[in-house]
Design a protein around this ligand. Structure first.
Ligand SMILES: *Cc1c(COP(=O)(O)O)cnc(C)c1O
Length: 452
């Protein structure tokens, strides 16, 4: 089938995620047919640098020998069998390997398929934990989360999310949660400095914890970096304070490391940057090196213990998915973890992070670059109509989208968050390619917004 035929069938039958389909039908989107380490190749043979790790999940590149081999070997054994009433080899080996690599205390691995389900499971575990814990069982029905937070698209994970657009559309379906302001804000309310804003956010959190004492089951947070909010980076020490507060208030800390995990921020987990150990940890995107859908919700012994009793007591975690612990995905994840040990991925992240930080200074005087945010390989470049008053472009200008199209002309695939241009090279991408990614993206920004 040629590209035109494939596009016709796509337009006839495929409903794309987060995509205005009317516009999609008017644009000639590349049809990807293969990958070659850090490049994507389309049906017309064009090569594109994969500038956002195939939506934040690819780690070591595409068609990595070690991961390909692990999947093929597992395929020679079995592709799938259930974890309901049966064990399988890769899911056992992966759980043990993960626990070895995670902060001490996180020992119980509950598998699911994607980031949203990892969060969904964490919410239900937290809720049930308080009802069933041996000392002081309680009914706690509230969760606290940050404004602008993104935790996925299922109803529970949207409920704890803080993106106004989604709450506007799906509000009637969602359960009640408590929102506190995020300390990472480019547009501060009048009269605030970053320091006074951070103090205000902490005070707000303390107020909410006090007002709802005994009613809050968990505080859900993307540690260090709020990804989908526009790559917002929290001030140093914020996560530590959250850990202290949640511990003092007896509220579970649920760390959603779906985006930040597996090296993206410079450490294996973002939590490690402040030596914070959450009570529940959500992992997905990078867990298989970006190869297959898999997620894990990892709990402490204390939480797990609340679910241990005779079947008749009905303390079981009544939750699970058909493909829970899928052997092919677990085999890919094991191979990816081994590559973390062997190939110096985290060292490469340090090098390419420093390189991007250097290159990004080229944009610091551009009249339409309002803010540049970076943590490790996660970069957000916020484009504004007016740098001085931080006023945004009109949504109808589709500026971020136009920059992405210009970048594609220059052989680079990126995807924006509104008018925030996101760069997220795979943690293992070599410096030379990261340099190319910066050049093409900066040039695309100049193509669309004018040169400084
Ligand atoms: C992507 C993301 C999710 C949702 O993961 P899916 O696999 O898309 O369901 C949840 N939390 C964070 C922080 C994410 O970036």
């Amino acid at each position: 089938m040629n590209t035109t035929q494939l596009r016709q069938l796509d337009n006839a039958h495929v409903w794309h995620p987060f995509t205005p389909m009317l516009e999609h039908g008017r644009e000639d989107i590349p049809v990807i047919v293969s990958g070659d380490r850090f490049h994507l190749i389309d049906t017309d043979g064009r090569r594109y640098l994969d500038g956002v790790s195939s939506l934040w999940c690819n780690v070591h590149g595409h068609r990595v020998l070690e991961i390909d081999k692990a999947i093929r070997e597992q395929l020679g054994q079995i592709a799938h069998s259930t974890l309901l009433g049966l064990d399988n080899v890769p899911s056992i080996r992966l759980a043990a390997a993960l626990v070895r690599r995670l902060p001490a205390g996180l020992t119980r691995v509950f598998y699911s398929d994607n980031g949203s389900t990892a969060v969904e499971a964490a919410l239900k575990i937290a809720y049930q934990y308080y009802r069933q814990r041996r000392t002081r069982p309680e009914n706690r029905e509230l969760f606290v989360s940050l404004s602008g937070a993104y935790h996925g698209d299922t109803v529970g994970s949207v409920s704890v999310g803080g993106i106004d657009l989604f709450h506007g559309i799906y509000g009637g379906l969602l359960f009640k949660t408590l929102k506190v302001p995020s300390p990472a804000s480019y547009r501060l309310p009048p009269g605030h400095t970053p320091q006074s804003w951070e103090a205000h956010c902490l005070a707000e959190l303390e107020r909410v914890f006090a007002a709802y004492r005994g009613k809050i089951a968990g505080f859900v947070i993307e540690p260090i970096v709020q990804g989908a909010a526009g790559i917002l980076v929290h001030p140093p020490g914020w996560l530590t304070r959250i850990r202290e507060l949640t511990r003092a208030e007896d509220v579970l800390l649920i760390a959603d490391e779906v985006a930040t995990g597996f090296g993206r921020t410079g450490t294996f987990l973002a939590c490690e940057q402040e030596q914070v150990v959450p009570d529940l940890l959500c992992l997905s995107k990078g867990i298989t090196g970006g190869y297959m859908p898999l997620a894990a919700t990892v709990a402490t012994e204390e939480i797990y213990d609340a679910f241990l009793d005779e079947p008749a007591e009905a303390k079981t975690f009544f939750h699970g998915h058909t493909y829970t612990g899928n052997p092919l995905a677990c085999a890919a994840a094991l191979a990816s973890l081994e590559l973390f040990e062997q190939s110096g991925v985290l060292g490469n992240v340090r090098d390419i992070s420093a390189l991007m930080a250097r290159r990004l200074t080229e944009l610091s005087d551009h009249p339409h670059v309002g803010d540049i945010r970076q943590k490790g390989t996660m970069v957000g470049i916020e484009l504004v109509r007016d740098r001085a008053d931080k006023s945004p472009y009109a949504a109808t200008e589709r500026l971020g989208h136009r920059v992405v199209l210009a970048a594609r002309q220059r052989g680079v695939i990126i995807r924006p968050l509104g008018d925030v241009i996101v760069l997220m090279p795979a943690p293992a991408m070599p410096a030379g390619l990261v340099d190319e990614l910066c050049s093409a993206t900066f040039q695309a920004i100049r193509d669309v917004c004018g040169s400084a």
